[in-house]
Design a protein around this ligand. Structure first.
Ligand code: PXP
Length: 238
């Protein structure tokens, strides 16, 4: 089974626009679970522009599905994850001011740093995942760094999909096979949508989890959250 982890950053963005607790991020997360999400993802950033540190602890206290925290492993982020102890931490190489993650790790250049950070999380019992491109060498060095999983950065797939789905997915199939050979679990995320998700799921072998935020929350404006989650779950079935 491929799990659907709903990224709720955009719900926090909406809440923060007014300075009081509407929409209630924790309630939305619980409703996502009730409507069939297999997990919840958040990306707390240093400026707390969407998910706050408090949100992380509030969510941890009540979530019943898989909790995934993603972010750049600054000392503050490492401390937060070790305190909140989610099921999974996904490390991304982005800078504090970046709008959104737009590249995978250079796992070769940052091998020793990643090794140390991954070891810290593994020792605390938190499953680890590294955000990477489809470059097989980067996946090999991710394995050398000691990660449990890789998360494939799917923006290049999403942007190439409308013109040529087969060509768009090919590097991801190769990357998935490489990850599997190295004994790594496989996640994927960024710009996945109702239009491109089923084709990705059908073609990429051994997908453990997808993490989806922007398109899913946007679809919910039209379909409602419950139907939207059902539609995304349907895309994860053959
Ligand atoms: N994976 C990572 C590492 C991300 O940074 C994001 C965006 O926060 C996602 C997945 C989800 O991307 P999207 O919001 O485009 O679905």
């Amino acid at each position: 089974m491929t799990k659907l982890s709903v990224n709720i950053n955009k719900v926090a963005t909406l809440r923060n626009a007014r300075g009081f607790n509407v929409p209630d991020v924790v309630q939305v997360a619980l409703d996502c679970e009730r409507f069939g999400a297999d997990g919840i993802t958040v990306h707390p950033r240093p400026d707390e522009r969407h998910i706050t540190m408090k949100d992380v602890y509030d969510l941890k206290a009540v979530l019943r599905t898989e909790f995934n925290i993603e972010g750049y492993p600054s000392p503050e982020f490492i401390d937060l994850v070790l305190k909140a102890k989610p099921h999974q931490v996904t490390l991304v190489p982005d800078t504090p001011e970046q709008l959104t993650s737009n590249a995978g790790w250079d796992t070769k250049t940052h091998l020793s740093f990643l090794k140390e950070v991954l070891d810290t999380f593994s020792s605390a019992g938190v499953r680890t995942s590294l955000f990477v491109s489809t470059d097989v060498e980067m996946i090999e060095f991710a394995a050398k760094a000691g990660t449990d999983r890789v998360e494939l950065y799917t923006e290049p797939y999403a942007s190439a999909f409308p013109k040529n789905p087969e060509a768009a997915v090919a590097p991801f199939v190769e990357a998935a096979n490489a990850a599997r050979k190295l004994g790594l679990g496989l996640n994927a995320g960024h710009d996945l949508s109702l239009q491109n998700l089923n084709y990705f799921f059908t073609n990429v072998p051994g997908l453990d989890e997808v993490s989806i935020g922007h398109a899913l929350i946007s679809d919910a404006l039209y379909l409602g959250l419950e139907q939207t989650i059902h539609e995304y779950k349907k895309c994860l079935n053959r």
